[in-house]
Design a protein around this ligand. Structure first.
Ligand code: SAM
Length: 256
C-alpha cells in the first residue's frame, strides 16, 4: 500500500514555493513547453509513488538531469531529500549542483560503468532510453535497479506507440533513419537509429539517436529482472508524449 501521507506532503510542499524559472542559456531542452514538461514529471512521479510502496523519499537520482528542466520541480516536491544529478553533459551537471544543490555525478557513455555508490528511493529517468539502442536499454534498466533501496522505484520514459504520430508532426530524425527505426520496431518491438552528426550533441560520443519501443518489449526486459516488480506502464503519460514505466522493489511483499 502506498504512503498517503507522503503523497499529501509532496503536493503541499510542491505548492508551497514557486519553481525556479531561470533557465541556463546552455539548456538544449528549451522550448515553449519547458515548465509544463517539468510539471508533468511531477504528476507521473506522484502516480508512480501511488502505484508502489515507497515509504519516504530521502534520496533521488535525476538521470539524465540535463540543465534541471525536471530537477527544479523535484526539489520543490521533495524539499528535504538529497538529490544526485547525473548526465554526460558536465555543464548541465555543474548547473544542477550550483542552482539546485544536487550532488554532481558526471556519467559515462556506457552507463553501466557508473557506480553511484549509494541507493535511491526514486530514480527519475526522463528521456534517456528514448535515445539508446535495445542492448543499452536492456542493460541500463537492469543496472539502475541495483541502486534502489528496499522499496525504491525507477520512473522511466520511453518513445512508445504514440511517438509514431508525434514523428509525423514533429520529426525526431531524418526520414531514412526513421524508416530504419520503424523497421526494427515492427520486427522486434524495439527500433533504433543513430543521429547523424549534425543532429547529435558534442558531449555524447558514440551511440546516441532515437528509439521506438512497444510497451511489450520494455515489459519483457523488466520481466527478466530478479527481485523487481513492474508497478505500472502508462502510454503518453509524460507531457502527452512519452510513455512512462514504473518498476522497482519489492518484487514480493515481505508479508508473503
Ligand atoms: C533529451 S535530454 C533529456 C534531459 C533531461 N532529462 C530533461 O528532461 O531535460 C537527454 C540527455 O541524456 C544525456 N545522456 C546521454 N547519454 C547519457 C549517459 N550515458 N549518461 C547520462 N546521461 C546521458 C544527454 O547528455 C542529454 O542531456
Amino acid at each position: 500500500m502506498y504512503n498517503m501521507a507522503l503523497i499529501e506532503r509532496c503536493l503541499s510542499d510542491y505548492g508551497a514555493l514557486p519553481v525556479a524559472t531561470q533557465v541556463s542559456p546552455n539548456d538544449q531542452m528549451q522550448n515553449q513547453w519547458y515548465l509544463e514538461v517539468g510539471r508533468s514529471a511531477v504528476e507521473v512521479i506522484l502516480a508512480g509513488l501511488m502505484s508502489s510502496y515507497v515509504p519516504q523519499v530521502n534520496r533521488v537520482l535525476d538521470l539524465p538531469c540535463g540543465h534541471g528542466r525536471v530537477l527544479r520541480h523535484l526539489v520543490r516536491m521533495f524539499p528535504t531529500a538529497e538529490f544526485h544529478a547525473c548526465d554526460l553533459d558536465a555543464d548541465g551537471v555543474r548547473y544542477c549542483a550550483e542552482q539546485f544543490g544536487a550532488v554532481p555525478v558526471v556519467s559515462r557513455p556506457e552507463l553501466s560503468e557508473v557506480d553511484f555508490g549509494t541507493k535511491y528511493d526514486l530514480i527519475w529517468v526522463g528521456s534517456l532510453f528514448t535515445h539508446v539502442a535495445e542492448p543499452q536499454c536492456r542493460s541500463w534498466l537492469a543496472h539502475l535497479a541495483k541502486f534502489l533501496t528496499a522499496r525504491g522505484i525507477v520512473v522511466a520514459t520511453m518513445h512508445g506507440r504514440w511517438s509514431q504520430s508525434v514523428h509525423q508532426r514533429m520529426p525526431y530524425i531524418g526520414e531514412d533513419r526513421w524508416q530504419e527505426i520503424v523497421n526494427g520496431y515492427h520486427a522486434r518491438g524495439y527500433g533504433y537509429a543513430d543521429y547523424v552528426s549534425s543532429e547529435s550533441v558534442d558531449h555524447v560520443p558514440g551511440n546516441y539517436g532515437i528509439s521506438l519501443a512497444r510497451p511489450s518489449a520494455i515489459l519483457s526486459m523488466l520481466e527478466h529482472l530478479e527481485g523487481i516488480r513492474v508497478f505500472s506502464y502508462s502510454e503518453r503519460a509524460w507531457a502527452d508524449h512519452q510513455d512512462v514505466v514504473v518498476y522497482g522493489k519489492p518484487a514480493v511483499d515481505e508479508a508473503w
